[in-house]
Ligand binder design. Structure first.
Ligand SMILES: Nc1ncnc2c1ncn2[C@@H]1O[C@H](COP(=O)(O)OP(=O)(O)OP(=O)(O)O)[C@@H](O)[C@H]1O
Ligand SMILES: [Mg+2]
Length: 219
């Protein structure tokens, strides 16, 4: 579904991703693990087009994403929950969730349908919907960010270190949500990064390991 062909990228002239070559498949729950600074966030940002590639290409369903502006990549059904989540504080949680669908120009009917599915996957969000985006705890913000990524991403969702800093109970809820999602949307590819692989337990069905910007193992 998503082909990553020999992708390299640099930040401030320093190579951060080195010739990464791999493929993401529909229906996969894939983990990308690596120490702090290994390049996990940079890899997801490169897929989202938030940083230019210095070499290689990223191809989704046969289309070279480098020709697609970053703000148009959600049209490919890619959802992204960044490490630092960012909810718009002056919007309610519901407005934050609906926003990506509005940007995509989806009908109210389709947006309502997606919101209903998100609430099925992350039922904890229901009570948060009317609250301000600024009123969430760190853990609640992670749940909301998952919901928002799902509103846009019906093919691929990229979740950057969702388990970091979650209290054990919330981490268990989050993992349950991912399992539920995996069942409810069997074609969706779910990608989760993590520096502490033990937090992922038996969740992923495949794991890529990054070290200093290089893909060193695929399991
Ligand atoms: N804005 C930046 N300016 C300079 N160097 C950067 C910047 N962002 C990232 N880097 C460098 O790029 C490398 C990869 O960083 P990245 O954030 O992708 O790692 P990560 O695997 O996500 O780490 P973490 O587990 O801490 O989130 C690191 O060596 C980092 O120092
Ligand atoms: Mg990171």
């Amino acid at each position: 579904m998503l082909k990553i062909n020999q992708v390299s990228a640099s930040i401030a002239g320093i190579p951060v991703l080195r010739a990464i070559h791999t493929e993401f498949h529909a229906g996969q729950l894939l983990a990308i693990v690596g120490r702090n600074g290994a390049g996990k966030t940079t890899f997801l940002r490169a897929i989202m087009g938030l940083l230019p590639l210095s070499a290689g290409s990223i191809v989704m369903h046969g289309e070279d994403l480098s020709k697609i502006a970053p703000h148009r990549r959600t049209e490919f059904g890619i959802g992204y929950a960044p490490e630092d989540r960012v909810m718009f504080p002056t919007f309610t949680v519901e407005e934050n969730l609906r926003l990506p669908c509005e940007v995509l120009g989806l009908s109210k009917h389709e947006t309502d349908r997606r919101l209903a599915r998100v609430l099925e996957v992350v039922p904890q969000l229901e009570v948060m919907l009317p609250r301000s985006g600024a009123a969430l705890s760190g853990g609640q913000g992670k749940m909301a960010a998952l919901g928002r990524a799902l509103m846009a991403g019906n093919k691929l969702i990229l979740l950057d270190e969702p388990f970091q800093g979650l209290a054990p109970v919330l981490a268990a809820h989050y993992a349950e949500s991912l399992r539920r999602l995996h069942q409810l949307a069997p074609e969706l590819c779910i990608v989760v990064t993590e520096s502490n692989r033990s937090l992922l337990r038996d969740l992923p069905d495949a794991t890529l390991t990054l070290e200093r910007g290089e893909l060193i193992a695929t399991e």
